[in-house]
Design a protein around this ligand. Structure first.
Ligand SMILES: NC(=O)c1ccc[n+]([C@@H]2O[C@H](COP(=O)([O-])OP(=O)(O)OC[C@H]3O[C@@H](n4cnc5c(N)ncnc54)[C@H](OP(=O)(O)O)[C@@H]3O)[C@@H](O)[C@H]2O)c1
Length: 218
């Protein structure tokens, strides 16, 4: 099984790359800069250039060829405007889903926002364009002809992972979660089959990650 991590240089992406490497999984880190490819390769990690905004659909389709699983851990970030939200978080996501579908990928894993439901638009304040982009990317994925998993993390922190989470379909309240724990969840999602065609929210909690995810599916 080969996995492509798009957005591998991000906060979550870097943890995921380290965890996949530690578990000897077969994967490639998709990053945007040549120097990032070089530094990953120097560490013995397969890496490739992939930019979901700059690469057109034909190019992305070619780049995704041969992978069984694709993880989209891309984000345009808070320091860019709504134009990037449209071209990266929406259009870039959908292009990568189309390219994955064309390649009959066995699972597409979307790192979404905590609440991408339509009813979250008005409550999301300055993040409204981002929430709308994530909503339609998630909707597109669910309607595409491709097995998927959509992970909705709470507010991301750089604290060390605890390996303990709370998982559910949709919470009333809010919470945070270390990027390292999000990566651990993504690793479980992408290296198993029991979380196919589902979506769930995750925040820090009391239950060990594998057990929490297993119980969620029961
Ligand atoms: N912040 C939160 O509280 C929060 C909560 C829930 C969900 N999320 C979502 O969680 C995901 C991961 O978060 P994070 O903290 O790891 O984000 P991050 O550190 O900002 O990483 C995002 C990654 O996306 C890459 N990227 C940006 N534009 C790209 C493009 N056109 N093509 C390919 N890659 C591109 C960036 O590349 P460079 O490194 O080259 O810049 C970066 O590596 C994001 O999708 C974010 O929207 C965030």
């Amino acid at each position: 099984m080969s996995i492509l991590v798009i957005g591998a240089n991000g906060g979550v992406g870097q943890h995921l790359v380290n965890q996949l490497k530690d578990s000897n999984e077969s994967f490639t880190a998709g990053v945007r800069k040549e120097e990032q490819v070089k530094s990953l390769k120097d560490k013995g990690i397969e890496a490739t250039l992939i930019d979901v905004e700059a690469d057109d659909l034909a190019t992305l389709t070619e780049k995704i060829k041969g992978y069984d699983k694709v993880i989209f851990s891309v984000g345009s970030g808070g320091s860019t405007g709504a134009d990037k939200t449209i071209s990266v978080d929406l259009d870039g996501a959908i292009k990568s889903i189309k390219a994955s579908e064309a390649n009959h990928v066995k699972q597409y894993v979307m790192v979404s926002t905590y609440d991408s439901r339509r009813e979250a638009f008005d409550a999301s304040g300055d993040l409204k364009p981002y929430t709308i982009a994530k909503h339609y990317a998630d909707e597109y994925l669910k309607q595409a002809n491709i097995p998927y998993t959509i992970v909705h993390p709470g507010g991301l922190t750089d604290e060390a992972g605890t390996n303990k989470i709370e998982v559910g379909a949709f919470f009333e309240g809010r919470g945070t979660i270390p990027r390292e724990d999000v990566a651990t969840v993504l690793k479980e999602v992408v290296t198993t089959d029991y979380l196919l065609n589902t979506e769930f929210q995750i925040i820090s909690g009391e239950e060990e990650i594998t057990s929490a995810l297993t119980n969620f599916t029961k």
